[in-house]
Design a protein around this ligand. Sequence first.
Ligand SMILES: Cc1cc2nc3c(=O)[nH]c(=O)nc-3n(C[C@H](O)[C@H](O)[C@H](O)COP(=O)(O)OP(=O)(O)OC[C@H]3O[C@@H](n4cnc5c(N)ncnc54)[C@H](O)[C@@H]3O)c2cc1C
Length: 388
Amino acid sequence: MNVFARLDSSAPLSGDERMLLESVRKLAREQIAPRAGHYDRTGEFPEHNIGQINKLGLNALFIPEAYGGAPLSYAAYLACVREISKACASTGVIWATNFHATRPVVDFGTEDQKRRLLPVIARGGLASLVITEPTAGSDATGMRTTFRPEGDAIVVNGTKTFITNGAHADLYLVFGKWSELGEGKAAISALVIEKGAAGLEVVREEDKMGLRASSTAALAFDDCRVARANLLGAPGEGLKILLASLNRSRPSIAAHALGIARAAFEDAVAYVNERRQSGRRIVEFQGIQFMLADMAAELAQCEAWLWYVARLVDSGATDFAVEASILKLRASDLAMRIATDAVQLHGGYGYCKEYRVERLMRDAKITQIWEGTNQIHRQLIGRSFTNR
Ligand SMILES: Cc1cc2nc3c(=O)[nH]c(=O)nc-3n(C[C@H](O)[C@H](O)[C@H](O)COP(=O)(O)OP(=O)(O)OC[C@H]3O[C@@H](n4cnc5c(N)ncnc54)[C@H](O)[C@@H]3O)c2cc1C
């Protein structure tokens, strides 16, 4: 057993959760990983993978039993995100986004909303978390989408950009400003919009560097009328919902990054043990060993922090925003570095599409940008030490 197998066995999972994780690993190894190159080349949405994930009933993991789910711990969820992302980062984020958009309904929804909306996801539906706008990225509170109340309806107008699952979602958790509350942060509100709503248009899908099989869409809302019954919380409670949602999605994005990092590390180790130069396996050169040592040391530390944050969340902690930021920052910088080093260790072959590390390096880059860029996370972490 090597250091990573021991670290995996220290993850805070129950016996049942370990059994499920084994099924996810098998699925990832046998079904998802072999298709990842194809989906990357073609940019096709990975319907096959999503179908297989649903056959295993994985969406049920984050839905309470009363609404058709079979909930497991947050640690188990993170472990599954990491395994799926290790096999195919596009598929990993498609599945993880279902959690990001659905969890706020579990936490803040009314009984009626949970009863109507959660079974859609438990049965295998897709969801989108809809925050970013063309002129409001890092400063999400600068959003301009408006929610105008009109009797029993809310009329939505605005544009959103870079929305994961955007062209395929059954449910959209959309953030906008309540027209009667002005244009400040206090007006931010949250609304669930269902697939096919009149006035909701998928304007385009982005042609991206990496995660090529995950849909990243621009959406337009043009007098889109939604039943007021789909408003999550009260008008103006959106920022609270948004921040709570990001606190749980950031560790998940870190688990996604660590899946990419693990894949790159394992490919690098396999390659340096095979490749021979100057009559020796290149793993025998000290310069190569030092690179492996740095990769392994940082990966082990970061994974240990992943389980630390998972334990915090599972123990019911509510104040873990800085811990989540530290995890997102470190895991994503590390994924980019390990993927880049893995390409380096493959020499010229690493630059060619025949080897998976080429894709991993492209897939890793986004992890430093989304869910708060790493500049923003450094700011959040640093600011937390300012004396009041
Ligand atoms: C593939 C993909 C999927 C995505 N999925 C989703 C999704 O599902 N839902 C969603 O709502 N959004 C999504 N996003 C949006 C993503 O979260 C934003 O791209 C990100 O928050 C950055 O916003 P921006 O692109 O507008 O960059 P900007 O905010 O314009 O940033 C540009 C640069 O300026 C820096 N910068 C900005 N402000 C500061 C500051 N205060 N201090 C220091 N530096 C700063 C940034 O770090 C960055 O380097 C996705 C994006 C991509 C590319």
